[in-house]
Design a protein around this ligand. Structure first.
Ligand code: FAD
Length: 341
């Protein structure tokens, strides 16, 4: 196996504040890798309210959660951040050389000079369907996310849910599955209309089977699923399957952040308001996860925090370089980094 990924900065969380942090770090030549448990950027904006309008982002009179995310992604593109989705940072320890070693639940390791915790309300955690004995199957034949599509090849897959995740995975896995059944309790879907349309087409072509009903029981042994019972309007039907993907939404829990030895105050990370540094030198916290006197959990606060954090991070990443204050409007060196000059 290859060794840890070495980088200047690790940003934990790809919510709006984590994304903008990449920009502020990038202007100061600090390269970042961004890790998020979710399968896409945007944090709460993308996961909880992609279509709701936000009215208090400066200079954008109205912008939806998804649009804001898309624009941030465009803005940070010049800095080429590397994203690691579907991974949760679990371990964070300091090495003898002063750098930080971070590990994810997928086994990826990083060595970084600074860490930016932009973990928002904490880890998004999938809601577990109320099915007897489901724990025994989790990670073996019941999955709440898919890291590699290939691992699903040749399986008889059951997907449960009616939101974007359920529909996206139905569309993505249909080409590799031996069979795919989508189960939802009503024939109405919260997912994006174009995904629903595509799904209906696959159902028409008999590539996907759509069942309106509720999974009531799991069948199998030693973690290996063989069938699920589905209660429909016309009775209970048993569907043979080797993998089930339930998408019942997500809740936010503090998660591993609590285990990193940082000073917490009511489950938030205490920081100063000059550098937004935690009790551990070199570990910063910005956005909804931090707390200080007067803190407002607003996107615009997190943007400001990212700018000041980057100044402090620069002192650690480039201890011998003096930092000059520069405007993006007039600095040709900043414009070069942004690729506009
Ligand atoms: P988040 O958006 O919470 O993102 C944090 C990310 O970190 C998540 O994706 C999470 O999965 C990830 N993460 C956490 N722990 C780990 C880990 N250990 N490893 C890997 N990844 C991890 N704000 C406004 O300013 N204006 C508004 O109008 C507004 N409206 C809102 C409406 C609703 C319905 C909600 C729910 C919020 C609203 N907010 C609004 C608040 C705003 O969404 C938050 O302030 C903002 O999302 C915080 O951004 P963040 O980057 O700090 O965290």
């Amino acid at each position: 196996t290859s060794g840890p990924i070495e980088t200047d900065a690790i940003v934990i969380g790809a919510g709006p504040c984590g994304l903008f942090a990449v920009f502020e770090l990038g202007l100061l030549d600090i390269k970042a890798h961004v890790i998020d448990i979710l399968d896409r950027p945007g944090g709460q904006c993308a996961e909880l309210y992609p279509e709701k309008p936000i009215y208090d982002v400066p200079a954008l009179p109205v912008v939806t959660g998804q649009e804001l995310t898309d624009r941030l992604m465009e803005q940070i593109k010049p800095f080429g951040p590397q994203f690691h989705f579907n991974e949760r940072i679990d371990g964070l320890v300091r090495e003898a050389d002063g750098r930080f070693r971070l590990t994810t639940d997928a086994g990826t390791e990083f060595l970084a000079k600074v860490v930016v915790v932009a973990a928002g309300g904490g880890s998004f955690t999938p809601k577990r369907p109320p099915l007897n004995g489901i724990e025994e199957y989790e990670g073996k034949s019941v999955f709440y996310s898919v890291r590699k599509i290939e691992t699903m090849r040749g399986h008889d897959i059951v997907i449960v849910g009616g939101g974007d995740s359920a529909l996206d995975w139905t569309l993505n896995l249909a080409p590799v599955a031996k069979s795919l059944t989508l189960i939802h309790r009503r024939d109405e879907f919260r997912a994006a209309p174009h995904s629903v349309e595509k799904m209906r087409k696959l159902v028409e072509e008999a590539t996907v089977r759509l069942m309106i009903g509720q999974v009531t029981a799991l069948e199998g042994a030693n973690g290996h699923l063989t069938a699920v019972d589905v209660k429909t309007a016309s009775g209970t039907e048993r569907i043979a399957c080797s993998a089930m993907l339930p998408f019942f939404g997500l809740t936010m829990k503090l998660g591993p952040v609590a285990n990193w030895g940082l000073n917490l105050h009511e489950n938030l990370i205490s920081v100063d308001t000059e550098r937004f540094e935690t009790s551990e030198h070199g570990i910063f916290a910005i956005g909804d996860i931090n707390t200080y006197p007067g803190k407002l959990k607003l996107i615009l606060s997190g943007f400001h925090e990212g700018a000041l954090m980057a100044q402090a991070a620069h002192k650690i990443v480039y201890p011998d370089k003096k930092l000059l204050f520069q405007y993006t409007t007039s600095s040709s060196s900043l414009q070069k980094k942004l690729g506009v000059k």
